[in-house]
Ligand binder design. Structure first.
Ligand SMILES: *[C@@H]1O[C@H](CO)[C@@H](O)[C@H](O)[C@H]1NC(C)=O
Ligand SMILES: *[C@@H]1O[C@H](CO)[C@@H](O)[C@H](O)[C@H]1NC(C)=O
Ligand SMILES: *[C@@H]1O[C@H](CO)[C@@H](O)[C@H](O)[C@H]1NC(C)=O
Ligand SMILES: *[C@@H]1O[C@H](CO)[C@@H](O)[C@H](O)[C@H]1NC(C)=O
Ligand SMILES: *[C@@H]1O[C@H](CO)[C@@H](O)[C@H](O)[C@H]1NC(C)=O
Length: 576
């Protein structure tokens, strides 16, 4: 999705081209190329999200549960792919950032006693605190007619499934039908058998949604015995366009429902448009995401432990804790609240730098020929269409992609950004994201600048993690909790589903006090290209400016996700 945005930017740029006639030819050529690239890539990208699981599955094949999540308390290691072990031992050139990293280390050492920038841990409070959660307000009766049963088996990781669940709730209401508690697609490689009730409190979900739709746990017996495939009641993602409008469902799905009394939606990744949708249906969507989905006690308890340790035992519960970990959000607060609040705060960082993302971007990340070969081989296996395109078409070069801000931030870039923003060396940083490309050595830049960097594997003992070990979705839930509850959250890729849901949650419940750092990668890349000459002070000023500009308090833009941008009248109410 972020690439599509970039595509729009490219189009916008076309307007400016007329001012620069001299360069018009070259620029137009580039724009055409980029345009073509993303047009063809559109299909692939939309499939990337759906296939995310599969990609990562294949990606995970090499992973050994023992190397995957070691729970080794003595090393802050993030999971390293088995296959990547060789590369993790090799010394990574730090993406040409050696000089900047040294400057950053120096600045952090010097800045130990300086005050942090005022707005570092803040949102523009006045504007953002005017929005209050109100998706729990209902303005309708439960639907009366019942046209049949909707079953959903959602694919993707935990976060994509969450979106599918709430879209299914809306669809059930739209079609006046009964929803069977959603199922999650089992993937043979991830071996995560988690179902809805392993992640979310099923009773709460059913009870909370009952005034809106009928929900049952299982299909009635007479329907269960049907061969759904044979009677044409199984509808896969190939049958539904991406972000389909309600009219599509009324025209194509309702007739099946009326005829067979049951429809089974298989996959259902991003299959319902955000606009146009009636006010109440949109609100229902938010109600589901923000109110009806509570993690099960097992996850809440481990999540609470994670938060407690992140806040160094003396923590106060953050404003979001009770929504995330429920009754486990106990206060261990001491008398002096202001002081303990400050000393226990932490920053969370979602490093979306897994190999699928890295390979798909077509960018280069300072790993030289070895990296180029490795990513090429990965693409050949996992993104054959992209590989083919690369052979037959002249695509934008890695340098051009970088300039357009289309490359995921590397761990080095992420840490340079944090240092430039003014986060102190002693800041506690919680890192989510499991399989960093390049492995633990790639994280050295992070840990050398921020020694208090932790992951869930470091915070929880192997005994505490064990019940989650073979359940990637449940592990993802712990990352979700760690990121969402943080006093500040930094994302490195705006296209990631986890980052998107986390930032939305922080907006909805954060009361205008839970800042999210969303780098403008295009602007950052132009700053990073000066890596060999720029002074630290100037670097700092420019990075701060580039990040501050994304901190605007925006109303949800049309067509964009309500899960991510809940500041809209359907989900939140504006006061004052
Ligand atoms: C996992 O590790 C064990 C030994 O630690 C090894 O025998 C096995 O082959 C590994 N599995 C994979 C899939 O790499
Ligand atoms: C934990 O990590 C340390 C240092 O990396 C290593 O020496 C130790 O053997 C590890 N322990 C386990 C149980 O993996
Ligand atoms: C659902 O029921 C409502 C009234 O309860 C009706 O207005 C609406 O048209 C129905 N929708 C469908 C798809 O049957
Ligand atoms: C995870 O699954 C593997 C086999 O699939 C099993 O051998 C192992 O004991 C499981 N681990 C846990 C912690 O349940
Ligand atoms: C660092 O600067 C050099 C020359 O100034 C440039 O070629 C290189 O691309 C830059 N590195 C990155 C990762 O931007």
């Amino acid at each position: 999705m972020h690439k599509l945005k970039a595509d729009k930017r490219v189009k916008k740029k076309a307007g400016a081209v007329w001012y620069r006639r001299k360069r018009v030819k070259g620029l137009l050529f580039l724009i055409l190329l980029v345009g073509l690239f993303f047009l063809v890539n559109w299909v692939m990208l939309s499939r990337l999200q759906e296939q995310d699981v599969r990609l990562q599955e294949q990606d995970n094949k090499g992973v050994n549960s023992s190397t995957g999540f070691s729970g080794n308390m003595s090393s802050p290691r993030i999971a390293v792919q088995q296959g990547k072990r060789k590369s993790s031992r090799r010394k990574w050139p730090k993406g040409n950032y050696g000089r900047l990293l040294a400057l950053a280390a120096h600045a952090l050492a010097e800045g130990e006693n300086k005050p942090e920038p005022k707005d570092l841990w803040q949102e523009p409070v006045i504007a953002s605190s005017a929005w209050k959660p109100c998706a729990d307000q209902r303005n309708w009766e439960p639907s009366k007619r019942n046209d049949g049963y909707i079953m959903v088996t959602a694919n993707g990781g935990m976060n994509q499934q969450r979106v599918a669940v709430c879209n299914a709730v809306v669809l059930a209401r739209l079609l006046n039908s009964t929803l069977v508690v959603p199922k999650f697609l089992y993937s043979s490689v991830w071996k995560d058998v988690s179902q809805f009730s392993d992640i979310y409190q099923e009773e709460h979900f059913i009870n909370y949604m009952t005034p809106d739709i009928h929900i049952v746990k299982e299909l009635p017996d007479n329907l269960r015995s049907l061969d759904l495939e044979a009677i044409g009641s199984v509808v896969t993602d190939a049958d539904i366009i991406k972000e389909a409008k309600p009219s599509f469902y009324l025209k194509n799905i309702l007739p099946i429902l009326i005829k067979n009394k049951v429809v089974h939606l298989l996959g259902f990744g991003n299959r319902l448009a955000f606009d146009p949708l009636s006010f109440e249906l949109q609100r229902l969507r938010c109600r589901c995401n923000f109110h009806a989905l509570r993690f099960v006690p097992k996850i809440q308890e481990a999540g609470a432990l994670l938060l407690q340790r992140l806040r160094q035992q003396e923590g106060y519960p953050g404003p979001l804790d009770k929504h995330l970990v429920g009754p486990f959000a106990k206060s261990t607060m001491k008398e002096n609240r202001a002081r303990s609040a400050k000393s226990s705060r932490y920053l969370s960082l979602h490093l979306r730098f897994e190999i699928d993302m890295v390979a798909h971007s077509l960018c280069e990340f300072g790993g030289g020929e070895e990296e180029r070969k490795e990513l090429k081989a990965y693409r050949a296996v996992h993104f054959p269409a992209l590989s083919l395109l690369q052979k037959t078409t002249k695509l934008p070069s890695p340098a051009e992609l970088r300039l357009e801000g289309l490359c995921p931030l590397t761990p080095e870039e992420a840490v340079l950004m944090l240092a430039a923003l003014g986060f102190k060396r002693k800041t506690k940083v919680f890192v989510a994201g499991s399989q960093i490309y390049g492995g633990s050595s790639r994280l050295n830049a992070l840990t050398s600048l921020y020694p208090n960097l932790v992951t869930k594997e470091k915070l929880l003992s192997s005994t505490e993690l064990e019940p989650f070990m073979n359940f990637s979705s449940q592990l993802a839930a712990l990352d979700f909790i760690g990121c969402t509850a943080a006093d500040a959250f930094a994302m490195t890729d705006s296209g990631s589903q986890l980052s998107s849901l986390v930032s939305g949650y922080r907006i909805y419940y954060g009361g205008g006090r839970m800042p999210t750092i969303r780098p403008n990668k295009r602007r950052l890349s132009s700053i990073f290209t000066k890596n060999n000459t720029i002074e630290w002070r100037i670097f700092e000023i420019r990075v701060r400016k580039a990040v501050r500009q994304t901190k605007h308090v925006l109303k949800r833009p049309k067509g964009r996700s309500v899960y991510r941008y809940p500041r809209c009248n359907e989900c939140m109410c504006r006061t004052g």
